[in-house]
Design a protein around this ligand. Structure first.
Ligand SMILES: Cc1ncc(C[n+]2csc(CCOP(=O)(O)OP(=O)(O)O)c2C)c(N)n1
Length: 564
């Protein structure tokens, strides 16, 4: 039986096991929407802005490890997704973006709602396609999903002209994929693995620095085994939070610009830095020439192009993080003359705990105004690490990372690489769609939340019970902090003079709204908000000029931290 391109697309999505699609219609994709009701297994969530759709698909992907799907129309629908595509690209998140396109004969003619989204998105997708013939559609969708989730994951865009969606052919879904030019290397090289075990054996001050790659390759268990067995302290990037249990004594917290004192000092003094699934971003390394100055560096990454991009590496392992860590474990298990690890690392572990003891994360409590760190601590205390936390970008994001503990992978969703304000709320919607019974909380700033607040209508209309906790400091806080510290307190364009009344705003959408101004009320109000059956906003009025510390000024060495 022949089917239209639109039907074939939907059949392909079914074959890929897709359950949820986040989208917004338009003329170019109306054929897809026309057939969508015939596929009840594909739940479609109508967002209010295409940026909401792509972030929701991204949040769904981060929370589940599966490919997120977003469907938008041509022209402005497509361009509205670009920020979200770049967000997913920077954090290596598997999403497939389906965009409508004007009919093929009109392409290049400045047709109504035409943009060259393949050209526009090229620098921020793992791959993209313009489908010119309906006969190519099925294998292209198959490839798109395969590319999105394998190797270093990432966004893949498929642009579908309207005439291709209307043309007919017989539907056959290819069973397997072969792509000559794409063969990610997953198995580690044995010789390199042996070199690493040799270094581990000799090291007296080893440190693991783990990143988002550990989470995307499901390697948390392997990482935890290695660190606990060999008694190696662990730090991670923002993206890596949750891969190693946040309550383990070996856990040092995040490193980098707003990393902990202990983590940054440990990087400064380690003799063996084992980087797993992390890419040495400048927010992490600070001044490159003084990054891990006395260390041999091992770098495990599935993407060969990220190795030696920023720092010199002594032993590269191009492989899937999980397979590489398993390889190291196997190699260690056949060694007969292993040291007693606790003894071998004793003085190092003592040094590290001294750093932790002398300079823990801290803030000065105040009843009113409330300290934002206190709110994050309370959220953690009430949820015990069982919630999925998303964040917006800025101080709220850093405090969420610093003052919560994450015990499991995929429980902390944040825009790390691109730092996209407006990410957290729609991402929380995506995560909540995947896990309807979990508590999903977006920790937000008063600036960021206004970037995609329209998605409250989506949350209310599908009864997606996401909770937003706004740390409302009346400023674009993180930029204000930079102005305070490095630009002579010139608070130009960072004061949010005219914030809406967030309680009324929530209510206007049909959600619940709460406000807190005193520390003594924080716990009660959070509990109340978490207990309402639908979405809710908690507007917490916090200290306007609180800063995030420690802070490594941009371009300084990690060990040069501002501590207060
Ligand atoms: C889309 C976007 N625009 C601008 C920025 C630059 N930026 C980074 S943090 C920040 C301030 C965020 O303010 P707010 O959301 O109120 O959070 P706070 O820092 O106060 O917690 C800005 C403007 C950004 N990251 N993303």
């Amino acid at each position: 039986m022949e089917r239209t391109g639109a039907q074939i697309l939907l059949e392909c999505l079914l074959q890929e096991g897709v359950e949820s699609i986040f989208g917004f219609p338009g003329g170019a994709v109306i054929d897809i929407y026309h057939h969508l009701p015939d596929y009840p297994a594909l739940r479609h969530f109508l967002v209010r802005h295409e940026q909401g759709a792509i972030h929701a698909a991204d949040g769904y992907a981060r929370a589940t490890g599966r490919v997120g799907v977003c469907l938008v129309t041509s022209g402005p629908g497509a361009t509205n997704t670009v920020t979200g595509i770049a967000t997913a690209y920077m954090d290596s998140i598997p999403v497939v973006i389906i965009t409508g396109q004007v009919p093929t004969p009109l392409i290049g003619n400045d047709a109504f709602q035409e943009v060259d989204i393949v050209g526009i998105s090229r620098p921020c997708v793992k791959h993209n396609y313009l489908v010119k013939d309906v006969k190519d559609l099925a294998w292209i969708i198959k490839q798109a999903f395969y590319l999105a989730r394998t190797g270093r994951p990432g966004p893949v865009l498929v642009d579908l002209p309207k005439d291709v969606l209307q043309a007919k052919t017989v539907f056959e879904y290819p069973e397997s994929i072969s792509m000559r030019s794409y063969n990610p290397n997953l198995a580690p090289n044995r010789r390199q693995v042996r070199k690493v075990t040799e270094l581990l054996r000799r090291s007296r001050r080893p440190l693991v620095y783990s990143g988002g790659g550990v989470i995307s390759s499901d390697a948390a268990e392997e990482l935890t085994w290695l660190c606990r067995t060999l008694r190696i302290p662990v730090t991670s990037t923002l993206m890596g939070l949750g891969a190693f249990p946040g309550d383990d004594p070996l856990w040092l917290g995040m490193l980098g610009m707003h990393g902990t004192y202990a983590a940054n000092m440990a990087v400064g003094h380690t003799d063996l830095l084992l980087a797993v699934g992390a890419r040495f971003d400048d927010r992490v390394t600070g001044k490159i020439s003084s990054f891990a100055p006395s260390a041999q560096v091992v770098h495990i990454d599935v993407d060969p192009t990220s190795i030696r991009k920023n720092v010199n590496v002594d032993v590269p392992i191009v492989a899937d993080c999980r397979q590489a860590l398993r390889g190291i474990r196997e190699e260690l298990e056949i060694c007969s003359d292993l040291p007693d690890w606790s003894e071998a690392h004793q003085s190092w572990l003592e040094q590290v705990s001294e750093w932790q003891r002398d300079h823990p994360l801290r803030y000065t409590f105040s009843e009113e105004p409330i300290k934002p760190q206190f709110v994050v601590e309370k959220i953690y205390e009430l949820t015990k690490g069982e919630a999925i936390i998303t964040t917006e970008v800025g101080q709220n994001q850093m405090w969420a990372a610093q003052f919560s503990k994450f015990h499991r992978p995929r429980t902390f969703l944040t825009s790390g690489g691109l730092g996209t304000m407006g990410y957290g709320f729609p991402a929380a919607i995506g995560a909540q769609v995947a896990f309807p019974d979990k508590l999903v909380i977006d920790i937000a700033g008063d600036g960021s939340i206004q970037m995609n607040i329209q998605e409250m209508a989506t949350a209310v209309s599908y009864n997606i019970p996401v909770k937003i906790v706004i740390l409302n400091n009346g400023y674009l806080g993180m930029v204000r902090q930079w102005q305070e510290l490095f630009y002579a307190k010139n608070y130009c364009a960072t004061c949010m003079h005219l914030n809406p009344d967030f309680v009324k705003l929530a209510e206007a959408y049909g959600a619940a709204g709460f406000r807190v101004t005193k520390a003594a009320d924080v716990e009660r109000v959070l509990k109340e908000a978490f207990a309402v059956p639908g979405p809710a906003i908690v507007d917490v009025v916090v200290e306007p000029e609180e800063n995030v510390y420690p802070m490594v000024p941009a371009g300084a060495a990690l060990t040069d931290m501002l501590l207060v």
